[in-house]
Design a protein around this ligand. Structure first.
Ligand code: BGC
Length: 250
């Protein structure tokens, strides 16, 4: 079965039809830049452009980089336009796409769902936490394979600061940190998460997961196993499509 997945990020909106049997993209993905300012209206047009690129007319799942309740309502918008807060994203996108059924899900939760099913978390029981390092820090918390949605562990406090401001990959770029320096911050951050949840496994996702050989060996002081995400940059798209099925849209 194929369902369309869209990943709304701080810099790009990307999507593709997803082959849900294989957990992979059925066609090469298409990306447009996230409009600035990233207002609901402008982003909805971007999503439309991506969906229309494929002439898709079926159900779709869409990720959003903030808290999303009931597959629809946006509650926070740390790294996108604040106009999203309290937006009914399912209604907005559905209307913009001519009435297609839409499910919306937090971006890290979507990536986590995909990794647990098709990637690094397959068949893993107990507490598993996927952490995505990108513009912000996203998290997906699983207990015996079941998602606890909107865990938002990227906003834990680290040394008196919002953790994602210190340890995201954007923070690494903004402050020109070496891999060693950044990995020290990531170690401190993961130690804090470990103190709270004692997971069996951390899965490291987001754009940096492609470069795991540069920093995984520099992360110290964590008891849990730490592995890179396997679906890497497509996890959000795949997970969004999976959530659309779970939500009964397909
Ligand atoms: C948001 C999360 C999101 C993460 C990654 C954070 O700032 O609060 O909801 O998952 O960024 O995009």
């Amino acid at each position: 079965m194929q369902i369309f997945g869209v990943d709304i990020g701080g810099s790009g909106i990307k999507g593709a039809p997803v082959d849900l049997d294989r957990g992979d993209l059925a066609q090469e993905r298409f990306k447009v830049l996230t409009p600035q300012p990233s207002t609901p209206d402008a982003v909805a047009d971007g999503v439309k452009e991506v969906v229309e690129h494929y002439g898709w007319t079926g159900p779709l799942g869409v990720t959003f980089p903030g808290v999303v309740t009931n597959g629809s309502t946006i509650r926070t918008a740390a790294n996108v336009d604040k106009g999203w807060i309290d937006t009914d994203a399912r209604a907005l996108l559905g209307e913009r796409l001519g009435g297609l059924p839409v499910t919306v899900v937090n971006d890290a939760d979507a990536a986590g769902v995909a990794e647990m099913h098709f990637g690094a978390g397959r068949d893993r029981k107990g507490t598993v936490i996927l952490v995505t390092f990108g513009t912000g820090i996203g998290s997906a918390l699983f207990i015996d394979g079941v998602l606890v949605p909107n865990s938002e562990l990227g906003h834990l406090e680290l040394g008196g600061h919002d953790a994602e401001k210190r340890a995201s990959s954007k923070a690494k770029e903004d402050h020109d940190l070496t891999w060693e320096h950044w990995a020290r911050r990531v170690s401190k951050y993961l130690a804090h998460v470990e103190m709270l949840f004692s997971p069996e496994l951390f899965i490291i996702g987001g754009g940096v997961s492609r470069k795991s050989e540069k920093f995984l060996h520099l992360i110290h002081g964590i008891k849990a196993e730490i592995v890179p995400a396997q679906l890497q940059n497509n996890a959000g798209i795949v997970g969004a499509a999976m959530r659309a099925v779970e939500a009964g849209e397909a």
